[in-house]
Write a new protein. Structure first.
Length: 188
């Protein structure tokens, strides 16, 4: 099994990269943004199936562990897990799981409401080490702020990080006061 790979990015495909490690080029599926010609180090998860061997590469062990947790959920294979990690930042994903925010998870291609809810159900107790502000609790201002921004036409996945930061910086502020601040942040 390959656990870690260091080499030069030789080619970028739609969801993979060819990493040259010496004279050998490895096809690695990755959600990471890579630059052709750059030297990279990736933590690799090797998945062996009867008809293929695939390498999935991540810049951090945390991202690799999150990938493994996602693929441990029944109905979530490597392709769906990669779609999730390519669409949603790891911190945002862990926050969405911990707060029960199925809408954010469902923004990833191939992930519907039922799969998102299943991910939350199976992983909520496993996303340890993440500290959330009281305002991020399901009854706090964050869900209402996200709903308001969606009603204004913004995609949840595009505004969730900014909304989390805004709620954390302004504890106790109601949604009516947060929406104008959010719109000001978006316009920057």
């Amino acid at each position: 099994m390959i656990g870690k790979l260091q080499g030069i990015v030789d080619f970028l495909g739609s969801d993979y990269a060819i990493i040259m490690a010496g004279p050998v080029g490895y096809k690695v599926f990755t959600p990471e943004y890579l630059t052709p010609g750059a030297t990279v180090t990736l933590w690799v998860e090797t998945i062996v199936r009867e008809d293929s061997i695939r390498l999935f590469g991540f810049s951090t062990l945390g991202a690799q562990n999150l990938f493994n947790q996602l693929t441990g959920v029944s109905g979530v294979g490597p392709k769906v897990a990669m779609a999730i990690l390519s669409t949603i930042k790891a911190e945002t994903l862990m926050s969405a799981i911990a707060t029960g925010d199925a809408k954010t998870i469902a923004t990833a291609p191939g992930v519907g409401k039922k799969v998102a809810e299943k991910i939350i159900l199976e992983l909520k107790s496993k996303v340890g080490g993440v500290v959330f502000d009281v305002a991020d609790a399901p009854g706090g201002a964050l869900p209402d702020l996200l709903s308001a921004l969606e009603a204004l036409g913004y995609r949840r996945v595009d505004v969730v990080d900014m909304a989390q930061k805004l709620v954390a910086e302004n504890p106790g502020m109601d949604v009516a006061a947060l929406v104008p601040r959010a719109l000001k942040e978006i316009s920057k």
